[in-house]
Design a protein around this ligand. Structure first.
Ligand code: F0G
Length: 415
């Protein structure tokens, strides 16, 4: 039985008030003695736990490390990640007939995606453990962030990418930041299987979101959304919609809310409804939510233009499904054309995102049209990656350049 309760006594395995707990059998594991990703007893997911959870008064400074009181360390391998804007999008808000719609643009992190929040902490933990080689499987953004933070920490970085299915900007980042890039003949899920085996053999330290410390960094997205929403509107949002691949962010946001409740900083009924959005061609989480299944059934074949979320086996589903259910949220699948339409709509408001990010807006539109989101709701959509991550998708969704002669009349004739 999955147990995500934080109300447990501090075990002897805790190191300075921090330990890892198995979400299925409750086993406690020392966090920094040995490299560990899953429960040594039952192989289930681990989650970081603390002897105390901070309230709002304990946060100071800016960015991810503003929230160090909620993290295992005071500082990390940092290039000033976090503190991303919460934009209004009045045109889309009007069009959808919503009381309040905002966009948390994680594309404005140093490497252009939310992954930086997980890496600033994950690479710090790697340093603490004394490992030399860091590795991940990736649909692109994780590899870009790991390459960047890994090189900053002086580590070797190995990334496994599904051949031909990663957007150009992401490969360019991993390449220039000096990662060893292996293009695997398989999809993301195959890449993750291979890199997990390399990690189990002790050949590399795994920094996919299976690593519980990645999610600790990512939970700061939730803390920022709540603080920014409160400052802007006086309220926490009713709903947070986000694209889902491995369901790491969904799990991280739910953990953020649980910790605030444990700290007495938020009431349980104030938790925003977690609303996961997947591409129709890669929607195992949506299938599990719609059918009220206890577990996700992995999809072997996946396809979508939103390559970042082209994932059939969301590893964090056991942490994320309870979050969607406990907050009264839901999950919805959107077609690629709906994603592109949402990408254009966001671009029309000055917010440039990659296709996967636009899925959050496309999903809210779909649920609003189906009457599942009320007009009086205050909604935040998470946009996870920058437009320039996938220049080909952006160019395809945008307008064609027109050739003109080098004179003003020629330009005026053409417009
Ligand atoms: N949006 C973007 C832009 C992503 O890159 C990812 C995941 C997601 C959403 C899904 O987030 O896994 O927390 O549900 N990208 C990973 C990668 C898989 O390798 O870059 P999730």
């Amino acid at each position: 039985m999955t147990d995500l309760s934080l109300d447990v006594p501090t075990p002897p395995e805790a190191d300075d008030g921090v330990w890892l707990a198995c979400i299925e059998c409750g086993n406690a594991v020392a966090p920094f003695d040995d490299v560990v990703y899953r429960c040594p007893d039952c192989d289930s997911l681990l989650e970081a736990r603390y002897d105390e959870y901070p309230d709002w008064s304990e946060f100071e400074g800016r960015g991810v490390w503003r929230y160090s009181a909620a993290l295992p360390f005071e500082s990390g391998v940092s290039i000033e990640e976090g503190d991303t804007p919460l934009y209004t999008v009045p045109g889309i808000e009007d069009d959808l007939g919503l009381a309040d719609l905002r966009v948390k643009h994680e594309g404005l992190n140093p490497t252009g995606s939310f992954k930086d929040r997980g890496m600033t902490l994950g690479v710090k933990v790697a340093d603490e453990l004394g490992v030399d080689r860091l590795a991940c499987a990736s649909t692109g953004n994780t590899s870009a962030a790991l390459a960047c933070y890994g090189t900053r920490a002086g580590k070797q970085v190995l990334v496994l990418l599904p051949a031909g299915k990663v957007a150009a900007g992401k490969v360019a980042q991993a390449s220039l930041h000096g990662a060893k890039i292996c293009e695997v003949d398989g999809n993301f899920d195959d890449c993750l299987d291979v890199v997990a085996e390399l990690a189990d053999r002790g050949e590399a330290y795994l920094l996919n979101s299976l690593n519980p410390f990645r999610l600790e960094g990512q939970k700061t997205i939730g803390l920022e959304i709540l603080e920014q929403s409160k400052a802007a509107t006086g309220e926490y949002p009713d709903r947070i919609a986000l694209p889902v691949g491995n369901a790491g962010n969904t799990a991280a946001l739910y953990k953020c809310f649980r910790e605030l409740v444990a700290a007495g900083a938020m009431d349980e009924d104030e938790m925003p409804k977690l609303t996961g959005v997947q591409a129709a061609g890669a929607a195992p989480m949506v299938e599990a939510v719609e059918n009220d299944w206890a577990e996700v059934q992995p999809w072997g074949e996946v396809e979508t233009r939103a390559t970042a979320i082209r994932i059939g086996n969301p590893v964090n589903a056991p942490k994320a499904l309870p979050g969607i259910r406990a907050t009264g949220g839901t999950a919805v699948a959107v077609e690629d054309d709906e994603i592109t339409a949402a990408q254009r709509a966001l671009a029309g408001e000055g917010v440039g995102v990659e296709p996967a990010s636009a899925a959050s807006i496309a999903g809210v539109r779909k649920l609003r049209e189906a009457g599942e989101i009320d007009a009086d709701e205050q909604v935040v959509c998470l946009t996870t990656g920058h437009l320039l991550k996938d220049p080909d998708a952006a160019a395809a969704a945008g307008s064609e350049p027109v050739p003109v002669p080098a004179d003003a009349d020629g330009v005026l004739d053409a417009i």
